[in-house]
Design a binder for this molecule. Structure first.
Ligand code: FEO
Length: 394
């Protein structure tokens, strides 16, 4: 593949992974992904920003060689995770003169994860400058997007920010630059799955890069943003404290009792003007569920009782919600049991790490009767009142 020129002397040199469908053995990739690397040619030095996943190392090196890259002085490592650092050992083999430029914490992680020796590194610190001759790299230490060692690189003269994972998207596309609604959805999914737990850090980093003069944002997954406002405005919306008049309803049913409750409850919420996003947990893509949690004011988990506790799919979902730490304000649980159990206690126990107000659950015995439907109606009413109190009912 030929390198793609972003600006004169600055090239996209990455790998598009069209077929990958799972990341970290956890995250679905319906649109594939890319491992973006960038080659920057200065009058005196040449730098590479990040590399690729180890599985694509041979292809990555071949691309560089086929495109006549004979010398690399610096490989900037913005992030130690292996989808960007995995090809570093191969780069060091192919270009033994290269030195990895990174912050001390990232250096230690690369030494641990990839067994790279100390002498291959030069360390850089906050706003330190690294000259390439007519071009200058500056480094912004930006921890917790989404590991502790993450940093951004800013190419001063060209006003290009390389933020690695931050602001990126899992999207395989032949378009170099972000063009359409597909990118918005892929970036939102990426934020929900990877960045949402670090919302507080992200707010600070957005403020920080807001002070820079940026023409182009070149992340390490997905297309490049030649209109930075597109992704910066989207992120400001997602990380804001504002929630929407929406209920995420994550449900699973075994013999139809919980499903009857879910169907009734959906209608009750809709009649009260609330947007409902139901997810059948036996079929749902967890990325879609995570995306819905970016904005929703309330999550309701609906589960039957099995082996004295929640259905394992409901446990998994509660665990995921707890880990993703959405800005969701309210939660409730609905469901059915045959003869007893601790379904409610187990689910609420899992959710204990997030600041969320529990609204009176509706847990019933057997198939729902009139009084159970009435309780669901009341729950929908309580949720509508809570949403009204936030002025989000319209
Ligand atoms: Fe794309 Fe955190 O690695």
């Amino acid at each position: 593949m030929t390198l793609k020129e972003i600006k004169s002397g600055v090239f996209w040199a990455g790998i598009i992974d069209w077929d990958r469908r799972l990341f970290d053995e956890l995250i679905p990739l319906p649109e594939g992904t890319s491992y973006n690397s960038y080659l920057i040619k200065g009058t005196e030095k040449t730098a590479l920003i990040d590399t690729s996943d180890a599985e694509k190392a041979d292809e990555f090196i071949k691309n560089l060689r086929d495109n006549g890259v004979k010398n690399i002085d610096y490989v900037v490592s913005n992030h130690a995770e292996q989808d960007h650092s995995g090809a570093l050992p191969a780069v060091l083999d192919a270009y033994p003169e290269a030195r990895i430029a990174t912050n001390p914490k990232c250096k230690d992680m690369l030494k641990d994860l990839l067994l790279i020796p100390e002498e291959k590194f030069i360390t850089v610190n906050e706003m330190e400058a690294l000259s390439l001759g007519n071009r200058t790299l500056e480094f912004i230490i930006a921890p917790w997007v989404h590991w502790p060692e993450t940093m951004f690189t800013y190419l001063r003269e060209d006003k290009i920010l390389f933020p690695c994972d931050f602001l990126g998207s899992h999207l395989a596309t032949s378009n170099l630059f972000a063009k359409d609604e597909l990118v918005y959805r892929a970036a939102k999914r990426y934020y929900a799955e990877i960045m949402m737990p670090f919302r507080t850090s992200i707010k600070k980093h957005l403020d920080r890069i807001g002070q820079l003069n940026i023409d182009i944002i070149a992340p390490s997954h997905g297309p490049v943003y030649d209109k930075p406002g597109f992704i910066l405005d989207a992120y400001r919306d997602w990380v804001s404290d504002e929630v929407r008049n929406e209920v995420v309803l994550a449900y699973v049913s075994m013999h139809g009792s919980t499903l009857a409750m879910v169907n009734y409850f959906i209608n009750s919420l809709v009649e009260k003007g609330i947007t409902v996003k139901p997810f059948n947990l036996t079929k749902t893509d967890i990325g879609e569920l995570a995306m819905a949690l970016v904005d929703a004011a309330t999550i309701v988990i609906a589960s039957p009782t099995v082996l004295a506790g929640p259905h394992p799919a409901a446990v998994y979902t509660a665990y995921l919600v707890n880990a993703l730490r959405p800005k969701t304000r309210f939660a409730s649980v609905i469901g059915s049991y045959g003869w007893g159990g601790k379904m409610l206690e187990i689910i609420t126990g899992i959710l204990s790490n997030i600041k969320i107000e529990l609204i009176e659950p509706v847990i019933i015995k057997g198939f729902p009767r009139d009084e159970n439907f009435k309780a669901l109606e009341n729950l929908a009413g309580s949720i509508a009142e809570k949403h009204s109190s936030l002025n989000i009912s319209k």
